[in-house]
Design a protein around this ligand. Structure first.
Ligand code: CS2
Length: 493
């Protein structure tokens, strides 16, 4: 990957970039670090780091980001030699544009030195700790979204508070140290795709703290702010072909450029007792209550995404835009959004929902992105509750049909068996992958598979697992899928 004959992006090489590439419009050496970000993956680098880069450009230099990886050293190894700089490539049918982002001052790898990250998080200059750690990073039971006290990282972190592994363990230890030092707590900003993500983070952090000491739990519950957010930007994994395209277009090689779409949205509850960047100047919407935005986005965008991922993968489509072009898929998504999901959404006065849904379908059709169905299919056990199952719960209460969402769930059940429709193995990535395998081994009928999955109450909750109507509708969808295959089932709708 790293070809030593190429000239790489770095502060010294910025003048060598093609003139059309936008570069940080501020003196990076004067930027102070005000934010620690946990989970410095592609999404953060296409989203929060870009908004923050815009704020720095406007002159407030107190909000540089210290990124932390909780697992692998890949991001540090890519960005370190580039002085933290990286390229964001924005792509759609009309072409590509390139911008160099400078808001990330440094990257730490937590397992290399948990202490270094704790020291950084305890620094009074840090006023916000933001997170993109994905659903499974919250160490909760997906159906209830409360702390999984038997999670191996949680038991480890309770036994070894000074050398944590989980984001939750780092946060609680850092807050305990700040409290002991008389330093104000930081604001915790969850940027993951969870309903009421701030409340969820508060629930797991407070519970973990209580397990350390009742006093620490009460302190955090009463003194730490956890504003909720809705985040949105589609960010496919970077490929080697993308790296080559970036080098060709910008004139400098980048070890890890980020590919994304023009659309970007961030809606945030405005509760930051110790201050925040003026993100509104960079296009962030601040609101009192983010719930209605979050439900709309999770159910319409992510619910459709997961449905397209499972059915699309099974039907042989490599990317979301390929799936959208497949027979019946665009119509399935449009009907699912209009007939099944929209009636479950809280009203957002003044918001043009029809335009939003149309724009979503256009975003899914962006052929310049190549967002793989396999990528979105990952971690289904953690995603389905908030993306489809909660929506189905509302439909059950409304006594209204949900056959199309059921097809998405059935697609996941078929996918998670680990064998595709041609008998080829599927690389199923999910914290529960081995449990899926054990439960579904040797089962081929719809009824046997249904029993195998519905036994997993950590995904379905005891309510859905025992609901006769839910079982019947999902069972029918699965039967159809097994008999006709995904492509035919969708084409026939
Ligand atoms: C996707 C999301 O991978 C996935 O599960 O559904 O990452 C999606 O692209 C983002 O939420 C868009 O904002």
């Amino acid at each position: 990957m790293a070809d030593t004959h190429q000239t790489y992006l770095s502060t010294a090489n910025l003048p060598k970039l093609a003139a059309s590439v936008a570069i940080p419009g501020y003196d990076r050496s004067r930027v102070k670090t005000g934010i620690v970000h946990l989970g410095i993956g592609a999404f953060h680098r296409a989203h929060q780091a870009v908004y923050t880069d815009s704020v720095l450009s406007q002159g407030d230099l107190s909000w540089g980001i210290l990124g932390a990886s909780l697992r692998s050293a890949d991001t540090r190894d890519a960005l370190g030699p580039q002085d933290g700089l990286y390229t964001v490539a924005v792509r759609d049918g009309s072409g590509s544009s390139y911008r160099i982002i400078g808001s990330i001052k440094d990257v730490l790898v937590a397992p290399d030195s948990p202490e270094a990250l704790l020291v950084a998080m305890s620094d009074p200059a840090i006023r916000i700790v933001s997170l993109t750690i994905t659903e499974k990073g919250y160490c909760y039971a997906p159906a209830s979204a409360s702390l999984d006290e038997s999670h191996p990282d949680i038991t480890h972190d309770l036994a070894n508070p000074a050398t944590p592994r989980s984001a939750i363990g780092f946060i609680v230890e850092a807050l305990a140290r700040r409290r002991a030092n008389g330093t104000e707590p930081f604001t915790l900003l969850s940027c993951d795709n969870l309903p009421a993500n701030g409340q969820t983070l508060k629930r797991v952090v407070t519970r973990f703290a209580e397990l350390r000491s009742a006093e620490l739990g009460a302190f955090i519950r009463d003194n730490v702010a956890f504003p909720s957010t809705m985040v949105d930007r589609i960010v496919p994994a970077t490929t080697d072909a993308d790296r080559t395209a970036v080098t060709d277009a910008t004139g400098l090689a980048d070890r890890w450029p980020i590919m994304t779409e023009p659309f970007t949205q961030w809606v945030v509850e405005d509760h930051f007792p110790t201050g925040r960047p003026a993100w509104e100047k960079a296009g962030v919407t601040f609101v009192e209550d983010v719930d209605a935005f979050e439900l709309m986005k999770l159910r319409l965008l992510n619910g459709s995404h997961s449905t397209l991922a499972y059915l699309g993968y099974l039907a042989g489509h490599e990317t979301v835009s390929d799936a959208m072009a497949g027979d019946g898929f665009a119509a399935l998504i449009e009907r699912m959004m209009d007939k099944e999901i929209t009636p479950t959404l809280p009203k957002l006065p003044g918001f043009d929902l029809e335009a939003y849904k149309m724009q979503l379908r256009e975003r899914f059709q962006n052929t310049a992105l190549r967002h793989r169905t396999w990528q979105i299919a990952m971690d289904g056990s953690q995603k389905l509750p908030q993306r489809l199952l909660n929506t189905i719960r509302v439909r059950l209460e409304q006594n209204a049909p949900f056959d199309l969402m059921a097809l998405g769930i059935a697609g996941w059940m078929r996918y998670a068996t680990g064998t595709d429709e041609n008998g080829k193995a599927i690389d199923v990535r999910d914290p529960l992958a081995s449990e899926f395998k054990a439960r579904t081994a040797g089962k081929t009928s719809a009824s046997a598979l249904l029993e195998a999955y519905l036994g997993m109450e950590q995904i379905f909750g005891s309510d859905l697992s025992a609901n006769p109507e839910f079982r019947e509708v999902i069972g029918n969808a699965l039967t159809k899928l097994l008999e006709q295959g995904a492509a035919q089932t969708v084409a026939n709708l």
